[in-house]
Design a protein around this ligand. Sequence first.
Ligand SMILES: Nc1nc2c(ncn2[C@@H]2O[C@@H]3COP(=O)(O)O[C@H]4[C@@H](O)[C@H](n5cnc6c(=O)[nH]c(N)nc65)O[C@@H]4COP(=O)(O)O[C@H]3[C@H]2O)c(=O)[nH]1
Length: 837
Amino acid sequence: AEAVFKHPWLTVVMDDNYPPYSFRDDQGRLQGIRKEIWDAWAAHNGIEVRVVATDWAKALAYMNTGQADVIDTIFETPERESLYTYSRPYADIDVPIFFHQSISGITGAENLHGFTVGVKAGDACEDWLHAHGIFSTHDYPSFGELVDAAVRNDIRVMCIDKPLANYFLTKRDAETHFRYSKPLYKGQLHWAVFKGSESAFKAVNRGFEQVPQTEIDAIEKKWMGSPLARPAAVIAPYVLYAMATAALLSFAMLLWNRTLRRRVALRTGELESALQALKSSEQHYQALVGTSPVGVFETDAQGLFVFMNERGLRMLGARFEQLRGNHWQHLLHPEDRDESCAAWGASLSLRQVFQRELRFERIGGSALWVLMQARPMDDGDGRFSGFIGTLTDISEQKASEQRIQFLAYHDPLTGLPNRLLIREHYDMAVAHANRSDLGVALLVLDLDHFKNINDSLGHAVGDELLCAVVKILRGCVRDTDTISRQGGDEFLVLLTDQHSADDAANVAAKMLERLSQPIRLEHHELSISLSIGIGMYPTDGEDFDTLLKKADTAMYHAKESGRNAFNFFTSQMNADATQTLMLRSGLARALERQEFVLHYQPQVDLETGRIMGTEALLRWKHPDLGLVPPNRFIGIAENSGLIVPIGEWVIQEACRQAAAWYEAGLPQLTMAVNLSAIQFKRGNLVETVENALFAHRIPAPLLELELTESILIQDTDNVLATVDRLKSIGVKLSIDDFGTGYSSLMYLHRLNVDKLKIDQSFVRDLNDDPDDAAIVQAVIQMAKSLKLRTIAEGVENSQQLDALRRQSCDEVQGYFLGHPMLADDFARHLADWKPLT
Ligand SMILES: Nc1nc2c(ncn2[C@@H]2O[C@@H]3COP(=O)(O)O[C@H]4[C@@H](O)[C@H](n5cnc6c(=O)[nH]c(N)nc65)O[C@@H]4COP(=O)(O)O[C@H]3[C@H]2O)c(=O)[nH]1
């Protein structure tokens, strides 16, 4: 040994602060396992061992400067590997991070960033931390001081060998203030010699072989209570508790782990089979939806389509790209939109199933009837997530329903409404007539001798004829009227908006006239006539059945009176209608037959009291009816357009008469002539007037044209233009019946007229009705402010005349001053006239 070692003794250097292996007691004496083991080594080998126990850094320095043969209580680290040859380890040491209990979550080096880690200077842990990227370390000269700093809270984290920490913390009664992580690494305690001192190494090893194991075990047991292989046993009882708890915990953990694993396995199995079930149910669902005979769709919470199966797409004639992101309500047929949207809104707010028959508009625009059923869905958290539903095509069902409905209300042969439907239409027409103060006519039509055609030519020809008749009848009525077939050869016709019985008579006459032409069928040409009975609402009855009965009676009268005729139920109407017919047919030839004549009514200037003008009033000397007043035929003439040539004749004749009077030596008079609205629309009014004035050399200002308000309210721009042209010729213009219309005031400032004619309805009660008096007064004042003259018509007595004079009316006209009379009579009237005083 002496040759092997530097001296005749063995120098062993070690840490003096590494309990329980090596440390100093309160008196400063060296104590611990390693000291006693080296004592035993010395005793068994007869070689002195000088143990130099000191601060670890110094111990290293002592060794490295060659002052010791052996260094003990040393850990093997990579840095030291090249320096020493190590003995087999004699103890396993955990090196964890100890941290203050207020800190949580430190499990290893990865959590140490941001902390200053306390270490003992030169300790292997420092090397380890640096190697693992932790450089914020703070060195303490000894483990004791490191622990003291931690107990003082100077540092809160320290890296320290577990036995040491336990030893110092227990000594300082601070073990419960700290927790520790799992070991950063496990250190192993060795003794070592310098590399190259193999002989020394062997000698020391051989020396240990001399020491019986029992003795070594005894030493360790003395300091630790159990051999060193169980290092924790050395330390205070709490460590035992901790270890027991840890053991229990790890057992519990194991058990829990195992249970957990089993549970996970079980759950995984469950999930896998659920997934499998889901996959197959998804496939089922896909197959079901794909082959479903109904449309299946899904919307999101906003009502936008997110899915539609093939069938649904085919029904709608769409590709899904055309629907995606579209609100389903955009597809609704406009007529169904409002109600369907309201019903949808209600289902949504009540979270109820939506079910409704409605129409969609296909992509091409055609209508599709569907039964739509949709169920609101939620997203599992109770939030509405959209609708899922079906669309069943019910177009065929609807078509047959409509067909049944149609047949319930229509005649299958002609497609005309039957009696049920015309009855409904009647109620609507009556309601409308009441609102607009008009009448309704119900006509019963029966084809004369239709039975003969059926019997001789067969039912097929009869049917063909009926359809042809319907076509002709349709051409005689307006769209708002209704033609209905009652069966056989009988029809009903409902005429709406009837101003008078004349309207109905006109239609009936038109029907008779049109049907008087032969009807061409496929193989035959047939002549047929009609008998028509007319009932008027409200004159003849108010309810449908009463009116129908009366129209029926009237129809039989028409048949009795020789067929091919129409008949009103009321005798007066019959008479009127007959007369209208006569007038209509006679009017066309009245001009050429020179049946018209003008009567003249004087107009008196109230300032002078003289007759200064006359109004030409048309009369028709009917060969059968005698003298017909204009109110009976002007309307018919206007309807037929005959008013244009008749009106032209009036202007010519009035001018001719004015010239004749002038030539006969009568004073110059203004000649007032009435114009019809139709003359403004058709015909060349301005030219007519120019021609007449020119032909008879009448100064234009002597001709006064009377316009009615009805002229002024239609086609205003044209009327205004014509009025302007007439004015530019120089003729005078007056507004007839002023005050009876409603728009006259509006036109007054735009129309360049000369005179207002106060309607006789205001004059009639001038002295009895204060309202009329006020109106007359107002019209006169307004006219004055507009610099227009006024003439009051219908003056029948002196009281009216006086009142008008008091109100400063300019002119008067009426029976009191002279009835309308023939030209010769007028000339005499004029000659006999005594100016008013
Ligand atoms: N109760 C009563 N009536 C009086 C009195 N003085 C005159 N009359 C009547 O009142 C009507 C005045 O003519 P109007 O307002 O232009 O109303 C005229 C005019 O609008 C129209 N009319 C007459 N002649 C023509 C014409 O040549 N062409 C056009 N388009 N319409 C004409 O026929 C309407 C009726 O003419 P007439 O039957 O001649 O009826 C005339 C006249 O006979 C009176 O003191 N008391």
